[in-house]
Structures are given as C-alpha cells and as structure tokens.
Design a protein around this ligand. Structure first.
Ligand SMILES: Cc1cc2nc3c(=O)[nH]c(=O)nc-3n(C[C@H](O)[C@H](O)[C@H](O)COP(=O)(O)OP(=O)(O)OC[C@H]3O[C@@H](n4cnc5c(N)ncnc54)[C@H](O)[C@@H]3O)c2cc1C
Length: 557
C-alpha cells in the first residue's frame, strides 16, 4: 500500500501509535492505584472496577483498530480499506473519550490526548474516514458486497475449508435453522451425522488422535473459519456444536493422562460421544473458584451430589465434563476442584432421568430460553451418582487441578465464541443488505437513503474488524500465546454482534420483529454471546484489565 504524508493509512497508524502511548500511561497509572508494594491488590481492583472496565474496552477498541489497519495489504479491496479506516476513526474517538474520562478522574496529564484530538491530521482522518461522504461511499461498497468484508488472507487449504463449510451452512444448515428455533427442536441426527462426516468435532484434536489439528501445534484459524461459516447458518444448531469438544479436548490435552487422551480424543474427534460442559451452578457462575457440586470418595470412584445449571446439550450428549469439588475443605477455593467425566446415555427432548445400575440418578430439565435453541441448556441434579476413578481427569494427580484444566479449555472456547459472533454478524449483515435493496419506502429502495448506507457501513466496519482481529488472535493462540487477547476479541466481537444484529433488525422495520424473519433469530441469538464463555464484565475485569495492569507493572519494574 503506497504511503504519502497525506495517506490516511499512514495518518491512522501514526495517530493510533499516539493513542497507544496515552493508553500505556493510563494503564500504568491505574496499575499503581490498584497495587500495593508492586503487586495487584484484589480489594483495590474491586474498588476501581469502573475504571478497569473502561480500560478493558479501550484496549479492545485500540487493538482492533490497530489490527484492522495493519492487516491492509496491496491486495486489500477499496471496501476493506474504507472499513478499516472507518473503524479506526470511530474506535479512536471512543478510546480518546474513555482515556480522557480516566485522566479527569485520576488527575492524569491529558495534554497528549487534547493535542491528538485537536490535531488537524486526526480531524482530517475522521472526516475522510467517518464523515457523511465517507460513510456513504463505505455504505455503497458494503451494500454491493453481499457481506464479504474484512477478508482474511488465507492459504489454499484454509480457503477451501472456508468455502466448503460456507456452502454446507447455506445449503444444509440454514434451511433447517428456522424450524429448529421456532419449534424449539433438538438438532436433528441427520445434521449431526453430516457434521461428523465433515470432521467438525475433531478440529482441535491432534492428528495423532484422529482429529485434524496438526500434531505439536494448533490450527486455531481453521477452527475460527469453520465456526464462523457454520454460525452463519445457525448459531445454536451448528456453529456452537464445536465449542464443547473444543473445550473438553483442550482440557484433556492440558490435564488428561495418556490413557485418557488415547481413549477419549479419537472418540471426541469422531463426534461419538457428543459432549457437554457442566461448570455453572445455580449459586455460582462467574465465580468458578467457589463451585460447590460435591464429589465424595467411595470405593472405586466418586459419588456426585448437587446441582449444575445451563449445561448446554446435556440431554443429547453421552459425555459430560463436570467440574466438582473433590476436596471438602471449602477454604481451598479453586484448588479443591477437579474435572470428572460423566458417562450417560443420549436422550432426545427437553427432560431426562438416568438411573445408574449402581443406584445413582442424574436428571435434567431444559431451561426455556428466548434464543440459542437446538441444543437446549439444562438444569442438572446429581444424586449419589457414581463416577469411576478412571474418569477423574488426570487421575490422582488431577485432583485439585480442575480449575486450571477448565481454564485451559476456555481460551479456545473464547476464541471460538468470537468466531461464532462473526458468523451471526455476517448472517445479519447479509440479510440487511438484501432487505434494504428489496424494500421500498417513500418511493425508493431503502438502500438509496444515506442513513441506511451509513448504518451498513458501520455494521460492515465492525464485522470486518472483528474478523481481522479474530484471525490475528488465532495466530497468537497457535503460538501458545494470546490468553488475554482471546478474551479481548471475545468481548469485542460479542458486543459487536449485539450492535450489528440490532441494526439489521431495525432496518427490517416491523418485519424485523416478526418471528418469520431470520433477523429476529439473529438478534436473540446474539444476545447470549456476551453472557456465556465468561460474562462480559468478568472477562473485562478479571482477565483483560488484570492482565493489562500486570503487564504494565512488570514492564515498569
Ligand atoms: C444459553 C446459555 C448457555 C450456557 N451454556 C453453558 C454450558 O454449556 N456450560 C456451563 O457451565 N455454563 C453455561 N452457561 C452459563 C454461563 O456460563 C453463565 O451464565 C455465566 O458464566 C454467568 O454466570 P451466572 O449466570 O451465574 O451470572 P453471575 O455470575 O451471577 O453474574 C451476574 C452478572 O454479574 C456480573 N458479575 C459477575 N461477577 C462480577 C463482579 N465481580 N463484578 C461486577 N460484576 C460481576 C456478570 O458479568 C453478570 O452480568 C450458559 C448460559 C446461557 C445463558
């Protein structure tokens, strides 16, 4: 991409670098406020939650804007160039406002922020990238795109995978998605079998265990592409099916014995058994360290007593990854938790009761939800339910390790959830593009109005940037890094999915609110993304802000 002193891309890079420097100063100042003797203090972090939350969002916007600009290449389309600049201008202004408010509150110098805000180069960039004329041009480009924005540079095999899963999603998943949602059906076996045959359940399982992930390193990008493609057809009936084996596979690789890995991984890769993840309890969700489901030692294994909730796919699944308290000493907190693998028969429908030969029971009841239908999320009750020693993840050495192995699984789950959000956004954007071409208001197509095109431009900019960020974070995850960034892209993409689906629904007018329009499903489906796989607030405070402050203290030391 050629650069000249007036080149908006060069200007954007320069201005974002100045914002980064102001962001780093604010981060260090907040880190000092939240620490005692150079170490972060839980109490002080809690007292500064509002500032930490703002900082996390500023971090997300800033990294996304930087990534969007950095990803522009000679071959990037004019549309992607416009969208990256639009996001950089919008996000840059949002970051400026957040840092300014933090500076005001904490009496930090704000001269650099003011200089940037009033810099003619920044003003010119904002006008040329996000002024009315720029929005109109970007909106026209999006309207002509059928939703293909923020293209990630792919090698041949990734491009082929993307193409074939997109085709499958459009031809097989999407036609079934409405009925599954509106009639609250269970994902049909025909769809599951087709996904098994496409190798979907083995995407994060290493090849040596029968999956498609390269041995020795990961292929998070492939997982992102496949998840996005399937989620475009249906979040609940396709895209989210991969999340469960993804989490369990990573937990097995991180903490399973060799026998457990050899036994379970090939089976998970084949999608037989199907699995579900049982972490959340009625009294504890975000506070994973406090989980209470009791596992008591009995001859040959463990007896489970207590409740789990929101366990998605627990009916259909034949294997549950259950986080339980194996040490009765509650003061141990997260160190008293272990992962138990619970085997059960697969059940159709919304309720089930399983009586073990040993006499224990596991019963489940699907919680009615506004969206995300197809797998059903269950309340579970365990009564004297027997789990053999062989099914404790990691064996004796795995006792007390459950929190860590679960968290190892969650990094992939969060990355994946960002990809799910991108798939839903793409579906919503494409529906909005189609509808605004077809719908006539005041004698002309909706898309002919500047406000419509401005909306399409901003929707496109969000999707394009989230896709670029997801691709960049996938590369980090492949190198064994990116724990914080996986949470950050999850934060941004999930909130963006709410915004994009909201606008898509709005552009449909009354029809958007009709169940028969797919956008109404995208809207209610998108709403769950910021709640699960780490609620937005928990991720922002406990993962993103905390990591940023720790890094700042480390760098300053
Ligand atoms: C459709 C659906 C499917 C799900 N599937 C699964 C699944 O398969 N397996 C599973 O284990 N779980 C699943 N969950 C549960 C999900 O992970 C939890 O809902 C989530 O972790 C939040 O926990 P909670 O609901 O108990 O909320 P709470 O922890 O009670 O949080 C309530 C609110 O308080 C905020 N909050 C929490 N802590 C703080 C704090 N320290 N400071 C400020 N604010 C805070 C939260 O962000 C949230 O906004 C699912 C949930 C839904 C809705």
């Amino acid at each position: 991409m050629p650069e000249s002193p007036q080149d908006p891309i060069a200007t954007a890079r320069n201005c974002l670098a100045r914002l980064r420097s102001a962001f780093d100063s604010a981060t260090l100042a907040l880190a000092h406020r939240c620490s005692t003797n150079g170490r972060l203090s839980g109490k002080k972090l809690d007292a500064e939650q509002v500032a930490c939350f703002e900082l996390a969002w500023a971090a997300a916007d800033l990294l996304a804007a930087e990534t969007g600009i950095a990803s522009l290449r000679e071959a990037s389309s004019d549309r992607d160039r416009r969208l990256a600049l639009l996001f950089a201008a919008d996000a840059g202004n949002a970051v400026l406002a957040r840092l300014d408010a933090l500076g005001l509150e904490f009496s930090l110098p704000r001269t650099a922020l003011r200089e940037l805000r009033d810099d003619p180069a920044w003003e010119a960039l904002c006008l040329s990238a996000a002024g009315s004329a720029a929005l109109d041009a970007a909106g026209q480009a999006v309207a002509a795109s059928d939703g293909e924005v923020g293209q990630i540079a792919l090698d041949e095999s990734h491009a082929m995978a993307q193409e074939s899963f997109r085709r499958f999603s459009a031809e097989v998943v999407a036609p079934q998605a409405e009925a599954i949602h509106r009639e609250n059906l269970t994902v049909p076996e025909s769809l599951l079998q087709a996904l098994r045959e496409m190798g979907v359940f083995g995407l994060s399982v290493p090849q040596q265990y029968g999956g498609s992930a390269p041995d020795g390193h990961e292929d998070a990008l492939l997982m992102v592409l496949v998840t996005e493609a399937l989620s475009e057809g249906s979040l609940a009936a396709a895209g989210s099916l991969i999340t469960r084996p993804e989490i369990l596979t990573r937990a097995l690789l991180a903490g399973g014995t060799q026998e457990q890995q050899a036994h379970w991984l090939p089976r998970l890769a084949a999608g037989d058994p199907l699995c579900a993840i049982a972490i959340t309890e009625p009294d504890y969700g975000s506070d994973v360290a406090a989980l209470a489901l009791r596992a008591t030692r009995v001859p040959g294994g463990w007896s489970l007593n207590g409740a789990k909730t929101w366990c998605t796919f627990a009916g259909k699944a034949d294997l549950l990854m259950v986080v339980a308290r194996t040490d009765p000493d509650r003061s141990l907190g997260h160190k008293g938790l272990s992962v138990l693998l619970v085997e059960k028969p697969s059940f159709e429908g919304h309720d089930f009761v399983y009586r073990e030969p040993q006499g224990g029971t596991l019963s489940g009841r699907a919680i009615p939800t506004i969206g995300y239908r197809g797998m059903h999320s269950f309340d579970l009750a365990f009564e004297d339910f027997f789990v053999p020693d062989a099914n404790v993840l990691g064996g004796e050495a795995g006792l007390g390790q459950g929190f860590y192995t679960t968290m190892a699984g969650m990094v992939g789950g969060r990355m994946q959830t960002a990809a799910r959000a991108c798939g839903v956004m793409r579906a919503a954007l494409r529906a909005a593009i189609r509808y605004t071409h077809d719908r006539k208001v005041f004698g002309q197509a909706l898309v002919e109005f500047p406000l419509t095109r401005a909306k399409l431009a901003r929707m496109g900019a969000r999707l394009a940037t989230c896709r670029q960020l997801a691709g960049a974070v996938a590369a980090l995850v492949d190198r064994g890094e990116g724990r914080m960034e996986a949470s950050l892209v999850k934060l941004l993409a999930c909130r963006s999915a709410e915004m994009v689906t909201r606008e898509a629904l709005q552009l449909h007018g009354g029809m958007g609110y009709a169940e028969e329009s797919a956008v109404s499903r995208y809207f209610v489906d998108a709403r769950v993304l910021s709640i699960f796989e780490g609620a937005e607030e928990t991720l922002a405070l406990k993962v993103v802000a905390r990591s940023l402050l720790e890094r700042a203290l480390g760098a300053a030391a």
